[in-house]
Design a binder for this molecule. Structure first.
Ligand SMILES: [Zn+2]
Length: 329
C-alpha cells in the first residue's frame, strides 16, 4: 500500500503521538508502534518520499518541493547530526526513499554509514553540499568542515543541488521545482544583504566568535566575523580534553573576550560555560548551527535561523548576553 498523508491519516498520526510538523514526519522521534515505515514506497503514484538527515536540509527541500513530496526527517529539531545513530525505522525509510538528502563532508557519519550499508543507489542519494571545496580543520587536510550552509551564498548551491536531484527523481514536476528554486535563491539574496546590514553594526574590535564547536568558519569568512576558538573541533564526535578547556580559559582571559556563544544542537555545555565563568566572560546567547529550532524558537526555518543568529551575535558582541556564572540553558 502506498504511503500518502491523507487528512485522515494526519489526524491519526497526531493522536498516536508522532511528531508531525506540517506534512513532515520526524522518524527518529516517532514513538514505538506509531507508524509503520514499511509502508513508505519509492515513487509513490502521488508523491515520492524524500528523506533528509537534518532540519535545515528538510526546510530547503520544503522550499523547492512544496507539497509535491512526502518529507521524512531523521534528526529532529535540536538534534546533533554528528553523533546521531540511526534506528531501524530510519533504515526502512532510507531503503524505501525515492531520494535521500545528506549534507555530506562528514556531518552525519552514522546516517552516511547506514546509507552505504543498505546499498542505496548513487542516483537516489544527494550530498547537498557537493560541488563546493571545503575548508579543512587542520593543515594535514584530513578533516573537512561540513558547515557550509551557514554561508548564504553557499546555501544557494544547496538549493540548486536539491532542485537538480528532485528533477531527476520526479521529472513530472521539474518546472515547478525550477521555479521554486529560483524564487528561493532570490529570497536568499535578500536575506544575505539584510544579514550583512545587521552584522555591520558590530564594532570591528568585537567581531570575534567563540562557540562550543567549530561550525561557524564559513559564516565567519562570509560575514567578517573572526572565529577564534571552540571547545570541540568541527565535529562533536570526538570529545575535547582538559587541556582544550584550560586553553580556552587562558584565551578568554588574555584576550578579554566579552562573550562566548552556545549552540542549540550541542548538549553538555556546562564545561564551556564554566570556562567562560572562570574567565569572567558572558554568554552572548544560543546560536542555531547544526539544527533548526522548534516552531516558536525564533529559528525553525533556514531563513529565521540565519536572521536570529545575526541578531543574537549583535546583542552578544555589543555588551548584551548573560553572566556565565549564573547562565542556565
Ligand atoms: Zn557541527
Amino acid at each position: 500500500m502506498a504511503f500518502t498523508l491523507s487528512k485522515a491519516t494526519r489526524t491519526l498520526l497526531v493522536i498516536t503521538s508522532v511528531l508531525l510538523v506540517g506534512d513532515l514526519i520526524v522518524v527518529g522521534l516517532v514513538g514505538t508502534g506509531a507508524i509503520d515505515p514499511a509502508r513508505f514506497t519509492v515513487g509513490d503514484a502521488e508523491r515520492p518520499v524524500v528523506v533528509s538527515s537534518t532540519t535545515f536540509l528538510d526546510d530547503l527541500i520544503l522550499r523547492v518541493a512544496g507539497d509535491k513530496v512526502n518529507r521524512v526527517l531523521l534528526v529532529g529539531p535540536g538534534g546533533d547530526p554528528h553523533t546521531y545513530q540511526p534506528t531501524t525505522r530510519d533504515q526502512v525509510a532510507i531503503e524505501r526513499a525515492a531520494l535521500v538528502v545528506l549534507n555530506g563532508w562528514g556531518l552525519e557519519p552514522g546516517i552516511e554509514e547506514m546509507v552505504e550499508s543498505v546499498g542505496k543507489p548513487a542516483h537516489r542519494v544527494l550530498h547537498a553540499a557537493q560541488g563546493m571545496e571545503p575548508h579543512y580543520e587542520d593543515d594535514a587536510r584530513t578533516v573537512p568542515d561540513p558547515h557550509m550552509w551557514l554561508s548564504i551564498p553557499r546555501a544557494k548551491v544547496y538549493v540548486a543541488n536539491i532542485r537538480d536531484a528532485l528533477e531527476r527523481v520526479d521529472p513530472a514536476n521539474a518546472a515547478l521545482y525550477r521555479a521554486n528554486a529560483n524564487a528561493t535563491e532570490r529570497e536568499l539574496d535578500v536575506l544575505d544583504a539584510h544579514i550583512r546590514r545587521i552584522l555591520a553594526t558590530i564594532p570591528a574590535d568585537n567581531r570575534s566568535l567563540i562557540t562550543t564547536h567549530d561550525a561557524f568558519r564559513y559564516f565567519g569568512n562570509e560575514y567578517g566575523i573572526r572565529v577564534v576558538d571552540t571547545l570541540w573541533g568541527v565535529s562533536t564526535e570526538v570529545d575535547y580534553s582538559p587541556q582544550d578547556r584550560a586553553q580556552l580559559v587562558q584565551y578568554l582571559r588574555q584576550n578579554r573576550v566579552p562573550a562566548v556563544f552556545v549552540e542549540s544542537s550541542v548538549a553538555r555545555v556546562e564545561e564551556f560555560v564554566g570556562a567562560a565563568c572562570e574567565a569572567e566572560a558572558r554568554v552572548g546567547g544560543t546560536l542555531f548551527s547544526d539544527s533548526l529550532g522548534l516552531p516558536g524558537s525564533g529559528g525553525h526555518t533556514y531563513f529565521t535561523m540565519m536572521l536570529k543568529n545575526a541578531e543574537i551575535l549583535v546583542t552578544g558582541l555589543t555588551g548584551g548576553g548573560e553572566d556565565a556564572c549564573t547562565w542556565k540553558p
